[in-house]
Design a protein around this ligand. Structure first.
Ligand code: SUG
Length: 419
């Protein structure tokens, strides 16, 4: 039985605010602040628990080993030197698993297997170090080759940021879908992190039918306003595309192209007059989990920040009153992640698969959630002032914390990562 499983990244013990992501407004705004890794991880687990309580299938991925001693060695960076490079090696950014990989479920691919391509994330150093370890972890979680293929990342001449720039439209998750790849054109004030050629390579690697792939340019104004990934301004689920009116370079052309391949498309568009692009990016209204509940109704899991925004909340209430396809709006507290530009949708990688075919150690249930919470509550630092990055004692503590989680979950294969 194929169903959508959300694999959330557990927030790692080095979660910090170093302001590393140019073009990510929240990351820049919180640069230098003291982070709260324990609270951050507990917020993430609470979100997973809430989604399980809605009847959704939930999985998780483990934090990668940080500080990355291999990167520190390669860059010859030690304590006190090159703070940005040091911070990169300490980044907990693998928590945002929407950037871990692009996923094409079995019904879409020529060989009937689910294909995953880890994102190379080359635009930012702190993220570029992720993909080899991510690929290793995905190969453990999705080891059953009858059902899954995990590729290597595409060559680093073309930036790829994974599922954050990929949307799938389908009648039901287990039916063939149309896959929409959104790329940015370089040349603006902020980097365009998804390259068109990377998207096209992923579509070919996944052996998707060309008529079921759409390639759309992101609106350069959206990138300039802080939408460093498409999932900051649009999200899709089954036949619904929920999008800001200024998400794409040619908005009407994008709808036309998708509709030509997927006539059942239902667009829920938020106009600029109702919620400005700036407010959409500030509140992360579109970085929501648009999910199908067991009743068949759709719900939008949004960050708490949406309720704090008068224009966004007014729009949500009007949308609910209008009886459109989205019937519920559910706010969640992921403020620690949000302060680095990572909302509910950034924290999860969607994989349509039969849960029985996935390594069971990566699937969450109540008992496992409690195990993770226990390790986090005892081993994750309560806070990290930025100046503490590089501290050898902290390095020992966070490494031991990750080891404890690996032990508690029996995921010993993840000890031997590449770094
Ligand atoms: O890549 N933030 C992440 C946020 C990723 C959000 N993901 C999606 N939109 N899917 C990024 O910009 C901030 C790290 C720092 O500043 O220390 C950071 O990497």
């Amino acid at each position: 039985m194929l169903r959508e499983i959300n694999f959330d990244g557990i927030v790692g013990p080095t979660h910090n605010y170093a302001g590393l992501s140019l073009g990510n407004i929240a990351s820049a705004r919180h640069a230098g602040q003291t982070s709260h890794p324990r609270a951050a991880a507990l917020q993430g687990i609470a979100k997973m628990r809430a989604n399980m309580a809605l009847g959704l299938a939930q999985g998780f991925l483990l934090p990668l080993p940080r500080p990355n001693q291999g990167l520190l060695r390669d860059l010859a960076v030690g304590p006190g030197s090159e703070p940005a490079l040091l911070a990169a090696a300490w980044s907990a950014s693998s928590m945002w698993t929407a950037n871990a990989a692009t996923v094409s479920p079995a019904p879409d691919t020529a060989d009937g297997r689910c294909h995953l391509t880890p994102a190379n994330l080359v635009t930012m150093l702190h993220r570029a170090q992720e993909w080899r370890d991510t690929a290793h972890q995905l190969r453990v979680a999705f080891a059953d080759e009858r059902h899954f293929t995990v590729h290597d990342a595409v060559p680093d001449s073309f930036g790829d940021e994974g599922a954050a720039n990929h949307m799938r439209l389908c009648e039901r998750h287990d039916a063939p879908g149309v896959e929409v790849f959104v790329y940015g054109r370089p040349g603006g004030a902020f980097p365009a992190r998804q390259h068109e050629q990377a998207s096209r390579a992923v579509a070919r690697l996944h052996a998707l039918a060309p008529e079921s792939c759409i390639f759309i340019e992101q609106n350069p104004e959206a990138i300039a306003a802080g939408a460093f990934h498409n999932d900051v301004v649009a999200v899709a689920n089954e036949r619904v595309l929920f999008t800001h009116a200024r998400a794409f370079a040619d908005q009407a052309g994008a709808y036309r192209a998708i509709r030509a391949a997927f006539p059942a498309l239902e667009v829920v568009e938020v106009p600029e007059e109702a919620v400005s692009l700036a407010e959409a990016i500030r509140s992360y209204l579109f970085n929501a989990q648009l999910v199908t509940l067991p009743t068949g109704e759709m719900a939008l899991v949004v960050p708490d920040e949406c309720r704090d925004s008068p224009s966004v909340w007014r729009w949500c209430e009007a949308m609910l009153a209008s009886n459109g396809p989205i019937r519920k709006v559910i706010p969640v507290d992921v403020r620690q992640s949000m302060a680095n530009g990572g909302g509910p949708a950034c924290l999860r990688l969607r994989v349509v698969a039969d849960p029985k075919t996935v390594d069971q150690r990566f699937l969450l249930d109540d008992a496992k959630a409690r195990v993770i919470e226990d390790v986090v509550s005892t081993m994750w630092p309560e806070l990290i002032p930025l100046a503490q990055l590089g501290d050898p004692e902290l390095a020992r503590g966070v490494s031991a914390a990750r080891e404890a989680l690996i032990d508690a979950l029996g995921l010993h294969e993840l000890r031997a990562e590449q770094g």
